[in-house]
Design a binder for this molecule. Sequence first.
Ligand SMILES: Cc1cc2nc3c(=O)[nH]c(=O)nc-3n(C[C@H](O)[C@H](O)[C@H](O)COP(=O)(O)OP(=O)(O)OC[C@H]3O[C@@H](n4cnc5c(N)ncnc54)[C@H](O)[C@@H]3O)c2cc1C
Length: 372
Amino acid sequence: MHLNEKFLASPKLLERICASRSVLKVDYLIVGQGLAGSLLSWQLLSRGKRVLVVDRDEEGTSSKVAAGLVTPIAGSRFNIPDGMERNLNFAKKFYWDLEESSGLTLFHHVRIARLFQNEKEVATWQKRIAESPERYKEFYEKLTIDSSQFHLPHGGFEMCQSGWLDLPAFLEQMRQILLERAAYAIGVVRPADIVTHENSVQWKNVEAGTIVFCQGWEGCQNEYFDWLPWNPARGDVLDIKMKNPSNESRIVNRGGWILPRGENVFRAGSTYDHDFANASPTETGKEEVLEKIARITGEEPEVISHRSAIRPSIRRSQIIMGRHPKHRSIAFFNGLGSKGVLNGPWHAHCLADHLLSNKPIPESADLQSNFV
Ligand SMILES: Cc1cc2nc3c(=O)[nH]c(=O)nc-3n(C[C@H](O)[C@H](O)[C@H](O)COP(=O)(O)OP(=O)(O)OC[C@H]3O[C@@H](n4cnc5c(N)ncnc54)[C@H](O)[C@@H]3O)c2cc1C
């Protein structure tokens, strides 16, 4: 049977293929359309590959709950990791190009007012900028901020080249792109339902050269990859209303962060709970975010919504990717952790290079060299 494009351009693609008993042949079957699956599918499609992305289409995934912050200087150690500039430039160009072609605003260039939490942070920061002044000067400026609205007993700095990606809008745009190319279907791919051959895999009526699992934290339950050192972390995000700071357009971070969304609404986060029973929001998580807000400002927040999800984190929050050591037609892209928006695009590009041309994967992310 001829599967024409109109027939395929539907989230119910799988039902239709299965009902028609025809076999859909693709180069890559991608499991999951979170940030990882979206980025990789784009790389493969733009290189002319036939792709099918199958996603469960559920709420409450890491990509749908995440604030999407891009923070070049992260954490209390104010470290700029190796390769950060390369990854940041690649990511910004990728999101810009997507904005150009879609006419949407997806990446918001917003600076971060980083307020020091204590004197230890001040000392760490001063040491960092003294050690690598050239590298750091690209990423910060002197902070000017209304001290009547924020707690800043130890001062702070203004982080540049930061921002946030509207992840739900990004995912929806990617879904539309996939649908237009008949490359998206709603469904659940169970690893047990895959039949592996030397150079291909079969799943239902779909035959793929390679299946790539981009399942987020649920990858830890996938029998092909459950042996990796998973370290997933549940995180809470609140949407709150506050009268003030009314004229602050920057993200303000003091351990926790608040992100202005307009009309006195702020997104606030976040928590890292490695000992979770499930992905649901908890009272403890909510209290923790409220405490973080209280460290930033004395304003009383009104909680509008509380959501949580599980970050896919492997070992020390490392992106890990590559082919399965035994089953070469099974591959993996995961561990995007809390910096997926910044680091994901460049890694997806490298993984596509590897899958198509066998180019080596960057060592820090290579499944083989790290774990086999
Ligand atoms: C509270 C919180 C705050 C965060 N803040 C930030 C931030 O500010 N900046 C940042 O860069 N990152 C942040 N992150 C992390 C970010 O969300 C992740 O890096 C990234 O979104 C993970 O994307 P993913 O595609 O790997 O996983 P997911 O988003 O979990 O996507 C996996 C997809 O696979 C689907 N799936 C799973 N199993 C199957 C199956 N068997 N069959 C079909 N489909 C399946 C799921 O339904 C889902 O759609 C945050 C995360 C959380 C939880």
